[in-house]
Design a protein around this ligand. Structure first.
Ligand SMILES: [Zn+2]
Length: 240
């Protein structure tokens, strides 16, 4: 294997490792979003429950005030009833009392129904609060794991970048700029390994003559499919 091929093979190995790590990093934002979304769902379920209970209690305070007002009206009519002098007046006052009672009863029924509903909500609250706490704990663990992973991956990528710079600096200027251009234009992979007679980058099969040439490991070939540089891995078919 020529020195030039060896250098490109080294770059290939560095780039494959870097690409794998970049791909792992690229999945992090989605993992973070999914965790944040679970947390937000649990938080809002609890907040919605508290909001419903608070609104219902507020409405009950209004109902209690209205019920008290009807009670006062009823007392007022009962006082009037004591002073009536004939049957017609008596019936009129009785009618008023019945009407007030009916309105009061409707409000009281609503207040009771609300109270029961609030009690059911309160009974369901601990489970929702627990689910939220669990989501917080699990979320914190996921974020801590992703933070640690990210730190490791970035450090590894930085080390690979440094190694690449050293190897690339040894290439002749035209070879170096070709490599850099290909790496930028082909998703971080400028060099493909020849695997099973095909390009490891795009899987296009090499014509027999090109394959023969690749096996000699004397010069860089270019893949007809993806334009990457092709190198036969050193260990396979190494000439005795
Ligand atoms: Zn290819």
């Amino acid at each position: 294997m020529t020195e030039e091929l060896r250098q490109h093979w080294d770059l290939h190995e560095i780039d494959e490792q870097a690409v794998t790590r970049e791909a792992a990093l690229a999945k992090h934002p989605e993992q973070r979003r999914a965790t944040e979304s679970r947390l937000a769902t649990a938080r809002s379920a609890l907040a919605a429950l508290d909001h419903r209970v608070a609104e219902s209690a507020k409405r009950r305070r209004v109902l209690d005030a209205e019920i008290a007002a009807y009670d006062a009206q009823q007392k007022h009519f009962e006082q009037q009833r004591l002073a009536v002098t004939d049957q017609k007046q008596y019936e009129a006052v009785e009618h008023e009392i019945a009407a007030v009672r009916a309105k009061r009863d409707r409000l009281e029924t609503e207040a009771l129904e609300r109270l029961e509903a609030e009690e059911r909500e309160e009974a369901a609250r601990p489970e929702k609060a627990h689910a939220f706490e669990r989501a917080q704990t699990e979320g914190a663990a996921v974020f801590a794991r992703l933070d640690a992973e990210e730190k490791t991956l970035r450090a590894e990528i930085a080390a690979l970048d440094a190694r690449r710079a050293v190897v690339a600096a040894n290439l002749a200027a035209p070879a170096r700029s070709r490599y850099e251009r290909l790496r930028a234009g082909r998703a971080g992979r400028a060099v493909s390994a020849v695997m099973n007679g095909a390009c490891g980058g795009c899987f296009r099969g090499l014509p027999p003559a090109a394959l023969q040439e690749a096996r000699r490991r004397e010069k860089l070939l270019v893949c007809d499919g993806c334009g990457r540089l092709l190198v036969m891995p050193p260990e396979e078919g190494q000439a005795p």
